[in-house]
Unconditional design. Sequence first.
Length: 74
Amino acid sequence: MAKEKFYPVEVLVEKMQNGEIGWLEYVNHYSRKMKKEHAQWCADNGKTPSDDTAEEFLALKSVEMEEAMEKGDL
């Protein structure tokens, strides 16, 4: 079985900008935790993992982080 490979954000952003990967690959190579969270979120919401769902998931995560920062939870 191939070992999962994760990359720093800078590398993922560069790969996105170069068109080498899409949102789903971004999520799947960001961290094991994010990969699992996205898969669970898709399952919970009846969605199939795709670039579109990964982009939607990341937008929700961004809102959650902003709200946590505003509340002082981070």
